[in-house]
Design a protein around this ligand. Sequence first.
Ligand code: NAD
Length: 247
Amino acid sequence: MNLNGKNAIITGGSRGIGKEIALILAKNGADIVINYSNNAKKATEVVDMIKDMGRNAYAIKADISKMDEAKKLIKEAYEKFEKIDILVNNAGITRDNLIMRMKEEEWDDVIEVNLKGTFNVSKSIIRKMMKQKSGSIINISSVVGITGNPGQCNYAASKAGIIGFTKSLSKEIGKKNIRVNAIAPGFIQTEMTDNLNEDIKEEYLKNISLGKFGSALDVANAVLFLSSDLSQYITGQTIVVDGGLSV
Ligand code: NAD
């Protein structure tokens, strides 16, 4: 897929799925801004990997759950690049607990990062993309935003919210030639899922039609498709990448 001449921002791009997205977009010709919240070293490593491919890349620190930092991220990204063609709202966290035990701050933190963060960064870029009359926004939701999951009321609500946000925004800005889509990954092997206990993992595996967990690359490939002109007539959709888990 040809992304030559395109520039992308990936939030939470220093590890896991975000890192893989950054690498695959760069491999296909895009220049990249990696957003990270804390780990400058890891973000710099990804930037260096992208530069080794002969592409431009920058790391910008911002806590996307804060509107002022999201605005700063977009401002700085536009100082690096004349235009941004692709925004991937990937940053996300989990704070799992049954609702009986869930603390208010566990609810708030997850909504603030996953849902409000997606709003903050999208809102901050939208005027620029409307001026450009082009853009592709890709929001990383989750299959549990569709199916629900015990112990994840906060996370599932945030990810279902992202799907509603994606559909609404796609209707608001479609006529400006900006597409907005979501991806709902299933069980993907990253540091986020590494911490789950073996029983839970076994239980998931039983329900995955393809009989294996997904990789960050499986998700990144779907992002690549939605970033490219091959998906030019697709907007407001959620692509499920879950090996059949939700079927
Ligand atoms: P991860 O924990 O490895 O990566 C998440 C990234 O987001 C990290 O780099 C982290 O620093 C960053 N981040 C967190 N809070 C932030 C903030 N306030 N500001 C900026 N960055 C912040 O997890 P992952 O598995 O790579 O997940 C990536 C995305 O995919 C998340 O949105 C997650 O909810 C979603 N997802 C993951 C799975 C899975 O099975 N791993 C399944 C469905 C959806």
